[in-house]
Design a protein around this ligand. Structure first.
Ligand SMILES: CC(C)(COP(=O)(O)OP(=O)(O)OC[C@H]1O[C@@H](n2cnc3c(N)ncnc32)[C@H](O)[C@@H]1OP(=O)(O)O)[C@@H](O)C(=O)NCCC(=O)NCCS
Length: 187
């Protein structure tokens, strides 16, 4: 297994050959930082990407490769790359019942900001600098005091903004359908 540090655009060809589930696939394609775990030269078995808006992180390990420490390694390498690029923090959202993901993120330095009751999402933040620590301290105090409905709305707007900034808005539905179709064909 080898790890490649790059970005979504540079790794597009490799990602296209073995697409991840659609909701992850396009987020990796638009990532400004992308760490990929690769076997047999071109087969990407795990990836962790950081997108532009709020440095949102997404990570995924293919079934069959989980529980071997690969998820932790791609996250750690992503954090190192983010530090080298002077990012102040990383953000993440994880479903509250996704125990392995919550476990790994807490091990590498992500801390909980707030849990959204309706969507069941937990907002996480990983401070990488003094500025990031200050932002975390502030948000950690403010977020739990805001109405859940407002936070849910902000979360939705952030997702839309990410899609729009990545030029994915109009293409997203088509891309999702295309990848799903490819996965259906290959399964
Ligand atoms: C979350 C995910 C990336 C983890 O990848 P992974 O390669 O299996 O992770 P690792 O092997 O590095 O670590 C798994 C850890 O979770 C722990 N774990 C596994 N199942 C668990 C559970 N039900 N409850 C708590 N911890 C659990 C393991 O013990 C291990 O911790 P340890 O190293 O301290 O023993 C992988 O499960 C995945 O791709 N899930 C689907 C996509 C996803 O949820 N992405 C994150 C949201 S964007």
């Amino acid at each position: 297994m080898k790890f490649i540090l790059s970005n979504g655009e540079q790794l597009r060809e490799k990602l296209e050959r073995f697409p991840f589930p659609a909701e992850f696939h396009w987020k990796f394609l638009v990532a400004k930082i992308l760490v990929a775990a690769v076997v047999d030269e071109d087969n990407v078995v795990a990836a962790c990407g950081v997108r532009n808006v709020l440095n949102q992180v997404t990570w995924h390990v293919r079934e069959g490769y989980r529980g071997q420490g690969i998820g932790k390694q791609v996250l750690e390498k992503t954090i190192r790359a983010a530090r080298e690029r002077n990012l102040s923090f990383l953000m993440g959202t994880v479903a509250f019942d996704n125990a392995p993901s919550l476990h790994v993120t807490s091990k590498v330095g992500f801390r909980m900001l707030v849990q959204l009751k309706e969507s069941g999402l937990v907002f996480l933040m990983c401070p990488l600098s003094l500025r990031g620590e200050l932002a975390y301290t502030l948000l950690h105090v403010i977020c739990p005091r805001l109405p859940n409905a407002l936070l849910e709305r902000i979360a939705g707007l952030v997702e839309k903004r990410i899609a729009a900034e990545s030029g994915q808005s109009p293409a997203l539905a088509a891309e999702t359908e295309r990848v799903d179709q490819k996965l259906r064909l290959s399964s």
